[in-house]
Design a protein around this ligand. Structure first.
Ligand code: FMN
Length: 190
């Protein structure tokens, strides 16, 4: 059975390339991953005043992420980091008496129109996710930086760059293998 993956789209843009990349992955890997994009649009600004009784949009967002086997982060780069809206969403996931992401198998992809494909943003994201309030189990040794994304995806959200597709295929296979190992480990632990 396909792994139920919630894909947190780190962009609020209606034309987001990272969202379109997830659309491609949802179709291409449907036999292995059951991917549902999760939007961060409409997630209120975090406040400790309301962390234990969050607004309805935040509660829905947290419940949506929680209801998954695994999480995929699709990361744009804003000013050499992750977009503020994405950081805000992660802050909510880390608080309110629960660490929503803790021990959830996860992997990261990212794209940008520049040549570096969101590498700086992803370095920050990995640092942020290492906080104990977040701490998903992130697939190691697989870093997906898709630069010049505007030249690699068509109007139907199909990636057109064969080396990029082949690389993504291998990352998804590695993630499935990682997921199986992580869940096996957890079941052994009881
Ligand atoms: C406020 C802002 C800052 C940006 N900063 C960077 C950057 O530091 N590095 C980069 O490669 N691209 C940067 N970009 C370009 C984004 O990578 C590009 O807009 C990309 O398409 C964003 O992802 P999205 O299409 O999923 O929203 C920036 C874009 C915006 C709007």
């Amino acid at each position: 059975m396909a792994i139920r993956v919630k894909a947190i789209i780190g962009s609020t843009s209606s034309t987001s390339y990272n969202r379109r990349l997830v659309n491609f992955m949802k179709k291409r890997y449907a036999d292995k991953l059951d991917i549902t994009p999760v939007s961060i649009n409409g997630v209120d600004m975090f406040s400790v005043d309301t962390e234990n009784n969050p607004p309805a949009a935040v509660k829905a967002f947290k419940d949506d992420v929680k209801d998954s086997d695994a999480v995929l982060f699709a990361v744009p780069e804003y000013n050499f980091s992750i977009p503020g809206a994405m950081k805000n969403a992660l802050d909510w996931l880390s608080r309110g008496g629960e660490a929503t992401l803790r021990d959830k198998p996860a992997f990261i992809v990212g794209s940008s129109m520049g040549v570096f494909g969101s590498v700086r943003a992803q370095i920050h994201l990995r640092e942020i996710l290492s906080n104990p309030g977040l701490s998903p189990l992130i697939l190691p040794n697989n870093e997906v930086y898709i630069g010049s994304i505007h030249n690699k995806i068509d109007d139907n959200d199909e990636l057109t760059d064969e080396p990029t597709i082949a690389f993504l295929d291998s990352v998804v296979d590695n993630f499935v293998d990682f997921y199986e190992r992580m869940t096996e480990m957890h079941s052994k632990k009881g």
